[in-house]
Write a protein that binds this ligand. Structure first.
Ligand code: H79
Length: 482
């Protein structure tokens, strides 16, 4: 078996398909749950767990030089790591008590942000379950917060706000004695691994049974060699999860085929309902997605998903950065999921609060261009990102042309062309001309929209173009530039 890069098998349509026992189980879904997924547009990720107590430091010493990320602080190594560090970390359950955590407040903030789904860390790599699982002692039931169930609190509060819930679940587990990165080589190792698989299956079924309102699963930590070798088990488990919860949405990070092909099977078919490989990165263009559903999960700071007490000189993405990312995702039919990392008490940070307010205001004013609008098959404009519906095109202007003219190129035989233009949030009408510039050798026509010189906006603005049948042939080049 070889371990392949997630992207290696993408769109391998030029080859004759090979027979697979554990290939993809699904083709593109059109059911109500997936239709909802396609209209989310914006989501919120929440990373909360034992690591949130620390904020990427311990007793005033920063883990910055020794740990890969704040939520990876258990893996702190090197000179700055405290003596006996992993044992110290593993006992953090004894301090876990998020007394300020009010999931209803989180959900109200997420609503303000304009998020339509939330992905919540039920169990991260450290193995600590935020619900009182029957399958392990390492859970909230064994902490000062015993009696609480954070998964239930989040599912209930967000569902009440009309925000769908996806459960993040890490297969990689630093606490369970049976977890291994390597394929077991002796009987004891195999028995321990089987034990781990049955624990994982138990927790996943338990999550589905306890939280029937949860819509989907967002998997992580599935790159270990032993998990990759367990393709028969994971194939059967996917079947079981789907049977248990019809309509459940499962990400492509869950499993691999018998050749070790992850995300996409050896024939290029997506291994799940949506592409789950876009972690802190974005597709180069819409074409490479081949019509697959996807989301992009993004941190506000640099890599690091749990709370960070001292962000130092880290660059924190601004509202404008996030508007750009959001509209770029929507222009390629994807959802942008912005990560929030509350502190150990359960409080969101001030910067996150600011993003929720500012981005939320922008999203509310431009909702028509975001949730129901998707990819538009027109040339990129360089001015920003295009989204659209059957009868509207939206141009989110991030780079405002100094000419004062926003120009879009349409095929000459387009049956629907812009017939009216306005600024989306204010409704202000804009002058629009369709011209035949003769700028190139094809029969394209160009639509010029005048951006009023007096238009002053604090952030990106959106030009809404109404589509209709062309009422007259495009004007000749004499009419160019109004
Ligand atoms: O939960 C967040 C991350 O903790 C998690 N996914 C997001 C949503 C994540 N964990 N690992 N990764 C993402 C990428 C894996 C990086 C690895 Fe490594 C490279 C694992 C082993 C080699 C970085 C370097 C971590 C340890 C060494």
């Amino acid at each position: 078996m070889t371990t392949t890069s997630p992207w290696q098998n993408r769109q391998r349509s030029d080859r004759a398909p090979v027979p697979l026992r554990h290939g993809s189980q699904v083709s593109k879904r059109e059911d109500e749950a997936m239709q909802r997924f396609r209209r989310y547009g914006l989501g919120q990720f929440i990373h909360f767990g034992l690591y949130s107590i620390l904020g990427n430091e311990y007793q005033g010493v920063s883990a910055r030089d020794g740990a890969p990320a704040s939520e990876w602080i258990r893996a702190w190594r090197g000179p700055s790591a405290p003596d006996g560090w992993t044992a110290i970390y593993d006992r953090l359950n004894e301090q876990f008590d998020p007394t300020e955590l009010d999931a209803r407040q989180w959900a109200r903030q997420a609503k303000q942000l304009g998020a339509r789904y939330v992905i919540f860390t039920t169990k991260h790599h450290d193995g600590f379950a935020l619900w009182p699982t029957a399958h392990s002692d390492y859970s909230i039931a064994n902490s000062p917060a015993a009696g609480r169930d954070l998964v239930a609190e989040v599912v209930d509060a967000y569902t009440a706000e009309g925000i769908d819930v996806f459960l993040y679940f890490s297969v990689l587990d630093w606490h369970h004695p049976g977890y291994s990165d390597q394929v077991p080589t002796d009987d004891a190792g195999r028995a321990a691994w089987q034990e781990f698989l049955s624990y994982t299956r138990g927790q996943l079924l338990e999550l589905l049974d306890r939280y029937p309102a949860a819509r989907g699963l967002w998997f992580d930590g599935t790159w270990g060699k032993a998990w990759i070798a367990s393709h028969e088990f994971t194939y059967e488990l996917e079947r079981e999860l789907r049977e248990r919860r019809p309509g459940l949405i499962i990400g492509s990070r869950f499993r691999n085929d018998e050749h070790g092909a992850r995300h996409f099977d050896s024939n290029g078919a997506l291994l799940g309902d949506y592409e789950q490989g876009w972690e802190r990165k974005l597709p180069a263009d819409h074409a490479m997605l081949a019509g697959n559903d996807w989301d992009c999960v993004m941190t506000i700071g640099p890599n690091g998903w749990g709370w960070t007490r001292d962000t130092g000189d880290d660059y924190l993405k601004t509202t404008d950065d996030l508007i750009e990312l959001l509209m770029r995702c929507r222009s390629m039919d994807g959802n942008l999921v912005i990560n929030f990392g509350p502190d150990g008490a359960g409080r969101m940070t001030a910067h996150e609060g600011q993003i929720a307010t500012e981005l939320g205001a922008w999203v509310a004013a431009h909702a028509a261009a975001i949730h129901d609008a998707g990819h538009v098959d027109l040339d990129p404009t360089g001015m920003g990102w295009l989204t659209g519906t059957d009868d509207r095109i939206f141009l989110t202007v991030l780079n405002r042309p100094v000419t004062g003219i926003a120009r879009l190129r349409f095929p000459g035989d387009a049956e629907r062309v812009p017939t009216a233009a306005r600024i989306l949030d204010s409704g202000r009408e804009l002058e629009l001309r369709r011209t035949d510039l003769g700028l190139d050798l094809d029969d394209a026509s160009y639509v010029d929209v005048r951006i009023p010189a007096g238009l002053v906006t604090e952030r990106a603005f959106v030009i809404e173009l109404e589509l209709g049948a062309p009422d007259a042939p495009a004007r000749r080049r004499e009419a160019a530039r109004m």
